[in-house]
Design a protein around this ligand. Structure first.
Ligand code: DGJ
Length: 728
């Protein structure tokens, strides 16, 4: 997978069908030569550094020039990890503030290591891989002036076109310095002919797809909210013009981090592109004392030569096999019913028992009690931080015992990182919320974020949670986060370290999650942030599923889940059937929720006999389709984002290609319209039978001729599923 040619000083990292090539150039400059479809090793890369304009405004390195390279300019060469202020005016991956007060940084190759497997990162979420599935290159470089020793990590996967990258910056000198910017990844590409793809959004409209032409200058997405956020997901891709689901080259990045981030694509005068991803350097300055080190989060880099479809399938497989906690990745998740949209804060023990009875009747596996069970919480004005049972409202022992006696599992809601001004915890510790003394603290949903950078705060919340989780039979925790961080500062950080706060908060959160998941490995953790405000790969390292959006309206959900599926697998997307409305029928709600971790978000006592029968059928389908959806491959066939689209069509194909579930959903009246779908991912040689269409056909026919639908789907707001099984 990873080779090094001593003579040419070229590293080649080969994955399933891609190659990534790095060269050590004159003077120790580390250059990026190539990333794309697989090439043989040993090719000649000696001229790859010629890129961009050459004039007196492009500075050069005198020694390198004297050594016989008059056309090498750090400012237009493809740099593997570009630094600040030493000849490259493009965006810098690394900038170090030294004791003299300048940020000039310049690293050169020192040594390297190649080994089987993948290291885990201490204190941060990271992917895992054994020695047979991955190899790692550590490229070590030194800035002789600051004595910053920089290790660039690259883990290449044998069967997936993915590389996991991260960077460690150690202080090998005797003077303290501060890391001013440190990207997890930089990729210099030789062209600007790309589409810039990212997922933007807001509450109830998360991860909307945006594809625009890349232009000169910097295009950037990011967050400075103390969370990855609803507004930009830490995912972006560059795709050659004309890329669609099946065609085109794609370079995609996804940060394994849940805090402030940026992902940028800069096009320079030479019409080359620099893609970069990492912690947001706004409000960031990290002190590194002699002997200490700073470690960036990991970033996943995926290459696809076959469009966005293959890119997504690579991410999905990678996350199932190497990121999502191994005990959950291939474990069947319980089909749940959640109390939130059914009751909001208005519940008591008997009401929840009645939910459980009805839920059991229709085949549901788990009851989740959402917000409102603690302190004296009957609305969203108080009690966050008081994680003890609201006893006059709830008898948790009777509830959990009864639910378990019925054979159901039981889940509970927490918002551990929050504190209400009206809470016992706030009254006891008025300085535990994130704030700047002397300034009024901004509220969101009548609450503050609690200072998770502090050990004493984390210990208190951990103990409070443990006193419930250790004493009651609980199978699942929904971990919510309903506002972002303002007035960032911690009472424990002095002025010198104030700008470390945001990242220290994340380190505190990850330390908590590490300890929590170790102590409660049997607990299924579902992350949530006012819907999908923290849907990121950092969280997936601890919680195998994430609540995708508070918007469960199925037409919107088709778009939200479509965008989310670009990077994240179906098994990670919390998706529930909620109250019916005038437009979308139950079928559509069921079919759309079925493309995620299926569940219900409604009062089961209100089901009519007809609805009960429908739900029972959905439960049967859920079990029948589970493995194909959760472990199979996704093919997006008609996009809800297409200009003329009034529908979305997708399919899941089992890994052995013996089964496929095709789902078609319509959004508008389509009088006398027909539409044509060519399936993808089937085995052309296999014969399939679809009972819903009463059709027997070869995979070749289904993928080439396709299927023509006419009036099959009825009117607005409905959906249908078509199940294909191999005929032996
Ligand atoms: C926001 C979540 O997204 C909802 O599902 C629900 O848990 C509420 N918070 C509860 O306050």
């Amino acid at each position: 997978m990873i080779s090094y040619n001593e003579q040419t000083k070229v590293f080649q990292l080969d994955s399933k069908s891609a190659s990534y090539v790095i060269g050590i150039f004159e003077g120790g400059y580390i250059l990026h030569y190539y990333y794309g479809a697989k090439i043989p090793t040993g090719e000649d890369f000696s001229n790859m550094y010629y890129r961009g304009p050459q004039a007196s405004f492009i500075p050069y390195n005198v020694e390198v020039r004297r050594a016989g390279y008059p056309c090498f300019y750090p400012g237009n060469a493809p740099m593997e990890y570009p630094t600040n202020g030493a000849g490259d005016f493009r965006n810098s991956a690394l900038s170090i503030l030294n004791e003299d007060g300048n940020t000039v940084t310049d690293i050169r190759y020192e040594s390297h290591k190649i080994y089987a497997g993948k290291p885990r990162i201490e204190g941060l979420p990271s992917l895992y891989a054994d020695e047979t599935s991955a190899e790692t290159l550590e490229l070590i470089a030194l800035d002789p002036y600051t004595r910053a020793r920089v290790t660039l990590y690259y883990t290449v996967f044998k069967n997936l076109d993915a590389i996991v990258r991260s960077v460690k910056i150690e202080n090998a000198g005797d003077k303290t310095f501060k890391v001013d910017a440190a990207a997890s990844l930089c990729l210099d590409l030789p062209s600007m002919d790309y589409q810039w793809i990212h997922l933007w959004g807001q509450h109830c409209q998360e991860r909307a797809l945006s594809m625009t032409k890349l232009e000169h200058g910097t295009q950037m997405i990011g967050s400075k909210r103390g969370a990855s956020g609803h507004f930009h997901n830490p995912f972006a891709a560059l795709a050659t013009n004309g890329t669609d689901e099946q065609n085109g080259e794609v370079y995609a990045v996804n940060l394994v981090y849940s805090g402030n981030f940026t992902i940028s694509a800069e096009v320079d005068a030479g019409c080359t592109t620099r893609l970069m991803a990492g912690i947001n350097d706004h409000d960031f300055l990290w002190e590194v004392k002699p002997g200490a080190a700073f470690q960036t989060p990991e970033c996943v880099l995926v290459y696809s030569a076959n469009g966005l479809g293959e890119m997504s399938r690579t991410f999905h497989r990678l996350y199932l096999d190497h990121l999502i906690p191994a005990q959950w990745a291939y474990t069947k998740r319980p089909l749940l019913i959640n109390s939130w949209e059914a009751a909001y804060f208005d519940f008591d023990t008997d009401k929840l028992i009645a939910f459980a009875e009805r839920a059991k009747d229709i085949g549901i596996d788990m009851l989740v009690m959402d917000d409102g069970w603690f302190g004296h919480r009957d609305d969203d004005y108080d009690s966050l931080g008081d994680w003890y049972i609201y006893e006059s409202k709830l008898d948790l022992k009777r509830l959990t015992d009864t639910v378990h006696e019925m054979g159901l599992k039981f889940g509970i809601w927490y918002e551990p990182e929050m504190i209400s001004p009206d809470s016992d915890l706030f009254r006891a510790h008025p300085d535990w919320h994130i704030h700047v003394p002397g300034r009024p603290a901004t509220e969101g949903r009548q609450q503050y974020v609690i200072d998770f950078s502090r050990q004493d705060v984390r210990d208190n919340i951990f103990e409070q949670m443990s006193s419930v989780l250790d004493n009651y039979d609980i199978d699942y925790v929904k971990w919510d986060f309903n506002r972002n961080i303002t007035e960032a500062g911690s009472a424990l950080l002095d002025a010198e370290h104030g700008l470390e706060f945001f990242h220290r908060y994340m380190l505190g959160l990850y330390e908590f999650l590490e300890k929590f998941t170790k102590k409660y490995p049997h607990l299924l953790l579902e992350s949530c942030s006012g819907g999908g405000g923290r849907f990121d790969a950092g969280w997936l390292a601890y919680s195998p599923q994430v609540w995708t959006s508070d918007n469960t309206y199925p037409i919107d959900r088709c778009r939200i889940q479509y965008g989310t599926s670009l990077c994240y697998p179906a098994s990670s997307m919390g998706a529930h059937v909620s109250h019916k409305d005038a437009i979308c029928d139950y079928n559509m709600r069921g079919c759309v929720a079925m493309a995620g971790t299926f569940g219900y978000e409604m009062d089961p006592r209100t089901f009519t006999e007809e609805e009960k029968a429908l739900v029972k059928q959905q439960v049967v389908n859920y079990h029948k389709y589970y493995d194909t959806i959760h472990y199979g491959d996704l093919y997006r066939l008609i996009s809800p984002y297409d200009g003329h689209a009034d529908r979305a069509v997708w399919s899941f194909v089992s890994r052995d290609k013996s089964k496929a579930l095709l789902t078609a959903a319509t959004f508008q009246r389509t009088f006398n319209q027909s539409f044509w779908i060519r399936m993808q991912g089937l085995d052309p040689e296999k014969t399939y039978f679809c009972a819903e269409l009463n059709l027997t056909a070869s995979g070749a026919r289904l993928m080439n001729v396709g299927l023509n639908f006419f009036n099959q789907l009825g009117w607005i707001g409905t959906a249908r599923e078509f199940w294909f099984e191999e005929v032996k």
